[in-house]
Every structure is written in structure tokens, then in C-alpha cells.
Design a protein around this ligand. Structure first.
Ligand code: NAI
Ligand code: MG
Length: 489
């Protein structure tokens, strides 16, 4: 018996809260309540998936795999472009729903995030058509490299940029000829459900993309330990990654892990200081809930005072408030639990002797004041652990060697940003930094052709361009001898 689980209606947009399995809406016996971080209001009832429902989604993905894998590349690409078209057509709806669900700025969803969602599909569709490796010879034998579809993929994604991070994996997985079970985060389940509608309208065959909703700890294991799952793509926390890795160990299922960070921003005395200040202020975007955020600002001692003065001046002009308001710079944090977690880090840092130059406390509602902490020890929790909130520490250094040492001295290695006016210094310093992405005098410039991922605890593997297909495909080399052919006819 399927009981109607309506979902949410946001600004007139209906969102189905049920799973999407094998081309059908499937209700769950239980639901969980989705809440908006903007005002704490209830915005929907969402299917609280079970292990059986997760297994049904994998079975649907398995059943749909042979047909989709055999679909010629140009046809797969055409359907992905049609999905992109659907995203573009419903861009405003997606933007409003995402903002209501996770609290990130509506203006960024409109102008940056949702266009990028469409681009994820267009980019990997186009890349698929160009994907080839030149044949090469070994003593007259021909080596031919092919990227074969691998099978059903489980993709598990976080809440801080829900649809953007989900589609950055869904698009290459589908392009590769795989089928997908997508499990969005329970704090931001809505846009994944809309994506299922858009994909169906675009002509994606039933079962090729499935969406299961629910709490990670309740259905995660059923997905990640399933023997029919050929790839696990995960973006989220280190703690969850460990559980997934343990669960995937049963079948040695290949995993791509994009995890947390504690990235440094190195500001040298020779840098354009206003540019450096701008780069630092950007770290409060999305209320600091950004994996790449450079939350450790390291400033050369001689300019630290001036840097801090200008930084405080810039931050005082930021507007915190309703993320639907075009003028807002910093919205709410996603959930009361996240607010509590952020404040816990800050209060422990203050108790350990840190000083809040600005902020250091929650604001009315579900907001956290942009915070800058000084007087922090390199070994302290606030310098070593990811906060995932609008909290930045400032430390000083003397000379390149100390800057690099401090920058590299965490267990993470996701990104690093260097502000310097000297290209030779930039070369020396970037060569020594341990990070998947390094920016020089810029931040957050992302190109889907580039490899993306983290070193150390920040992840495993790289995605982007051909790297994505290397992960989502079974890469095969076929060696053919020149002299084995029988005469025909
Ligand atoms: P999380 O690890 O708590 O949850 C991520 C996803 O995993 C959710 O969908 C959740 O339901 C699921 N999950 C939870 N337990 C599970 C289990 N036992 N088995 C399978 N799935 C399970 O992370 P959260 O809080 O949603 O996201 C924040 C984290 O994500 C931060 O650490 C952040 O740095 C990281 N992140 C990394 C990015 C990157 O590209 N490196 C990008 C964005 C976020
Ligand atoms: Mg929500």
C-alpha cells in the first residue's frame, strides 16, 4: 500500500517527498520533517528510507544498467543536455527551493550555483564525446584504451551546496553509462527530488537515476555494502567517510571521497593587501559552510596589524540576514545542531585563551556572527579541526619557511590560497603546499576540466574532466596482435 506522502510546497513549487525508484514515486512507512533554516518553519515531510527501500533502489539501478550502458554516447550526451535544459528552465524554482531548504544566498543560487548545476551536465556530456586515448603500439601490437561503464553507483552528498555537489557526481556517472542511486543529505533533501522530475522529463529512462531519501546512518550501510554497487561517490565529513569505507570494504567497492578541510590563506607582506583582505572576507560565504574555505589566515607579522584593521572594516559592512534578500551577504547556518557545534568550537577556543577580534557568539535566530579569533595555538582544536561555520583564525608568521610549515601543519589538504606580489615566491611556496587545489591571488576559481579532490584526510581520488571518467568507468586496455587474423571470405 502506498500512502500519499506529499512533500513541500515552496513559493508555489511542489516538491515530492517520496523516493524516486525505477521511474516511480515510492512512499516510505515513515517520514521526517524538513525545516527551513531561515525561520525554523516546517517546509515538508520527506520519506525516511529503510534498508529495504535502499536495496530496491540498487535493484532498479542494476536492472536499468545494461540498457543505459549500451546507449550510444551521443544519445547519452543528448539526454544530459536535455537535463541541463530542464535545470535552466526551472532555474528560479530550484534557486528558491534550495535557499528555503539550506539557507544559502538566493542571489548565489540564481547567478552562480544553479547555472553551474546545468553546466555540470553540459560539461560531462561534451567531455564524454571527446573522451579518447590515442592508440599506441607495442612491438607491432595495438593498445586501445576504452572507458567502459562500471555499473550502479551510489552517490552520497552533503547539505552545504546540495544540488551542485550532487550533480557534479551524477552527471559524470550518468555520462559514463552508469546508473545511479543518489542519497541527498537529510537537512537538504528537496532539490534532488526536483532533479528526478527534470531527468524524467528529459527522457532519462526509468531506473537510470534513483533518489532515496532518509537518514544516512539508517540507510547508508544498505547502500554502501551492497554487492551490486560498483562505485561509491561521497562528499561529506571524515567521520562518515570512515564508516562508508568500513562498509564498502566487504566488496572492496571503489570510492571517491571529497571530505573536509582546514585550508590556509597565506598573506605575505608583499601582497596587495586589499586583495588579500577581500580573499579573507570571502571565507564567510555560505556562512562559512564551505569545504574549501580558507579558515586559517596566516599573515606575515609586519603587515598583520594593518591587515586586521582593514579586514574588520570590511566585515563590519557585511549584511547578515534573510538569504532571500538580494542585499544579504551572510545567511543563517543550516541547522540548530550546526549552530551549537560552531559555538562549541568558539567557546572552547575562547576558554583556551583565544581573543575574538570580531564576533564570537550566535546572533538572534539561526545565525552566527562572523568571527575572527587571534591568540590561537597551532596545536589547538580551533586551528586543527574543521568548524564549518563563519569562523576564521588569524596567526602570524615570519618568512616563507614558517608560513609553509604552519600552512601544512594539519591533517587536511583540500586547498590553499597564497597572496603575494612576487611570482617567484608564489612558485616556491605553492610547490611546497600539500593541497588538492592551490590558488594564487584568487579564490574559488573552479574549472570542470581541472582535477578536484583532497590530499591527506581531505579525501581520496580526484574528479573533474577525464579524472571523473577514470573513476566512474572500468578503464580497459585492449591489446591486438597484428598477425592473428584468419583470411576471410
Ligand atoms: P556528513 O558526512 O554528515 O553527511 C554527508 C552525507 O552522508 C549525508 O547525505 C548523510 O546523510 C550521509 N551519511 C551519514 N552517515 C552515513 C553513513 N553511515 N553511511 C552512508 N551515508 C551516510 O557531512 P555533512 O555534515 O552533510 O557535510 C559537511 C561535510 O562535508 C564537511 O566536513 C565538509 O567539509 C564536507 N564537504 C566536502 C566537500 C569537498 O568537496 N571536499 C564539499 C562540501 C562539503
Ligand atoms: Mg532543510
Amino acid at each position: 500500500m502506498t500512502r500519499e506522502v506529499p512533500a513541500a510546497v515552496i513559493a508555489g513549487v511542489p516538491v515530492d517527498g517520496r523516493h524516486w525508484i525505477g521511474g516511480e514515486r515510492v512512499a516510505s512507512g515513515e517520514t521526517f520533517t524538513d525545516i527551513s533554516p531561515i525561520d525554523g518553519s516546517v517546509i515538508g515531510e520527506i520519506a525516511r528510507g529503510t534498508a529495504e527501500e535502499a536495496a530496491a533502489a540498487v535493484a532498479a539501478a542494476k536492472a536499468a544498467f545494461p540498457g543505459w550502458a549500451a546507449t550510444p554516447r551521443p544519445e547519452r550526451a543528448r539526454i544530459l543536455h536535455a537535463i541541463a535544459g530542464g535545470v535552466e528552465k526551472r532555474l528560479e524554482e530550484l534557486a528558491v527551493v534550495e535557499t528555503t531548504d539550506n539557507g544559502a544566498l538566493l542571489r548565489s543560487h540564481r547567478r552562480g550555483v544553479m547555472p553551474r548545476v546545468a553546466h555540470n551536465f553540459r560539461f560531462f556530456a561534451d567531455w564524454l564525446l571527446k573522451l579518447e586515448h590515442e592508440d599506441f603500439e607495442t612491438r607491432g601490437h595495438t593498445n586501445h584504451v576504452s572507458w567502459d561503464p562500471a555499473g550502479p553507483c551510489v552517490l552520497i552528498t552533503p547539505w552545504n551546496a546540495p544540488l551542485m555537489l550532487a550533480t557534479w557526481k551524477v552527471a559524470p556517472a550518468l555520462a559514463a553509462g552508469n546508473t545511479v542511486v543518489l542519497k541527498p543529505a537529510e537537512w537538504s533533501p528537496l532539490t534532488a527530488s526536483l532533479l528526478a522530475d527534470i531527468a524524467a522529463e528529459a527522457g532519462l529512462p526509468a531506473g537510470v537515476l534513483n533518489v532515496v531519501q532518509g537518514y544516512g546512518p539508517e540507510i547508508g550501510d544498505a547502500l554502501t555494502s551492497h554487492p551490486d554497487v560498483r562505485r561509491i561517490g561521497f562528499t561529506g565529513s571524515v567521520a562518515t567517510a570512515r564508516r562508508i569505507a568500513a562498509s564498502a570494504a566487504a566488496n572492496l567497492t571503489p570510492m571517491s571521497l571529497e571530505l573536509g578541510g582546514k585550508s590556509p590563506l597565506l598573506v605575505f607582506a608583499d601582497a596587495d593587501l586589499d586583495l588579500a583582505v577581500d580573499l579573507a572576507v570571502e571565507q564567510y560565504d555560505n556562512a562559512g559552510q564551505v569545504c574549501l574555505a580558507a579558515t586559517r589566515v596566516l599573515v606575515e607579522e609586519t603587515v598583520a596589524e594593518e591587515f586586521t584593521r582593514r579586514f574588520v572594516g570590511r566585515v563590519s559592512r557585511l549584511k547578515q540576514g534573510d538569504p532571500r534578500d538580494e542585499a544579504t551577504d551572510i545567511g543563517p547556518v543550516i541547522h540548530p545542531c550546526q549552530l551549537e557545534k560552531i559555538d562549541g568550537f568558539v567557546q572552547r577556543a575562547l576558554a583556551a585563551g583565544a581573543r575574538a577580534v570580531i564576533g564570537g557568539h550566535p546572533e538572534q535566530g539561526q545565525y552566527y556572527a562572523p568571527t575572527l579569533l587571534t591568540g590561537v595555538a597551532q596545536t589547538s582544536e580551533i586551528v586543527q579541526e574543521e568548524v564549518f561555520g563563519p569562523v576564521v583564525t588569524l596567526q602570524t608568521f615570519t618568512g616563507e619557511e614558517e608560513a609553509v610549515r604552519l600552512a601544512n601543519d594539519t591533517r587536511f589538504g583540500l586547498a590553499a590560497t597564497v597572496a603575494t606580489g612576487d611570482p617567484e615566491r608564489a612558485g616556491r611556496v605553492t610547490a611546497q603546499l600539500v593541497a588538492g587545489t592551490v590558488w594564487v591571488n584568487c579564490f574559488f576559481v573552479r574549472d570542470l576540466r581541472a582535477p578536484f579532490g583532497g590530499s591527506r584526510r581531505s579525501g581520496m581520488g580526484r574528479e573533474g574532466g577525464t579524472w571523473s571518467f577514470d573513476f566512474y568507468c572500468d578503464v580497459k586496455n585492449t591489446v591486438t596482435a597484428p598477425n592473428g587474423w584468419k583470411a576471410h571470405g
